[in-house]
Ligand binder design. Sequence first.
Ligand SMILES: *Cc1c(COP(=O)(O)O)cnc(C)c1O
Length: 356
Amino acid sequence: MPRPIRATIDASALAHNLAIARRQAGGAKVWAVVKANAYGHGIERVARALEGADGFALLDFAEALRLRDAGATKPILMLEGIFQSADVPLLARRSLTPVIHSIAQVGMLEKRALERPIEVYMKVNSGMNRLGFTADNVRIAWNALQAHPAISNVTLMTHFADADGAGGVAGQLEWFNSMTAAFVGPRSLANSAALLRFPETSADWVRPGIMLYGCSPFADCSAADLGLRPVMTLASEIIALQHLAPGERIGYGYGFEAQCAMRIGIVACGYADGYPRHAPSGTPVLVAGQRTCTVGRISMDMLCVDLTHLPDATIGTPATLWGEGLSADEVAAAAGTVSYELLCALAARVPVSEIA
Ligand SMILES: *Cc1c(COP(=O)(O)O)cnc(C)c1O
């Protein structure tokens, strides 16, 4: 028998969450962000479920080619653009739209021929200070892209550093607008957080990622409150039971000590499945739909949960690590991280199935 762990991907939840993004976006077109194997969900199946998107955004050429080979004909936006001049011919050949964010990339574009015209995005650094042109080279880049014989359209783009936080978007929005005021072209700014909280930034193209997967970009607002439905459910089963007397300890490093008599379930899921090893005792888990929590350290292949108040739970009882009934956001918060990291970390050894 296979080990009982499995991930289930809910295709109808993806479509539902895309509809929410589209409603927020007003008339703007939607790039569905599917980088990192669609946030761990499987890029081909997600692209199929999100066929209503206007295009797909990612950054790995291998993933872009996987999408094209799977039959995707929509535009594909390469969020980190090209990495070397050898990438340039591929842009035209496979219809990929690169984000050009540095003078070095402009040089690569000028060095290699394009079989036919492409569109590009020009990324402006409006304050995140990661990628993009600054005030002193934005004009140089714009002129070079406009002069390029095989570039048919340039969309202006920036990325917000704190759309989900206290900083908001006002400062970056103002800086972006002033740096691009002289340029005529479509614009793309919003990630999930900006789309949900500042829909006035939607412009011509929005770039939602995490919300499509049914998680919240905000620490202070749940996915359910945003009307989003979870897409990935990671579930397993109890494979052993333990009884701890007061003072007995459990797991590596004896990381947890029972204060009273406890009944413990051992769940077939560990950090080699993608469960965060740094999740402390008390991280929420659902057992047969009832809330309980982890006790002790997460092992490579197992974790321990408290069943003291769940007398019916036994070997074979299902356990949900995150997803339907328990948001990955909540598990991530308990583990000191964000749902993005949990979803992306789903291990290759976990069998994935899809429900319509
Ligand atoms: C990942 C990414 C997004 C999507 O961000 P979410 O927070 O997941 O919505 C949008 N734009 C860029 C440039 C990105 O890298």
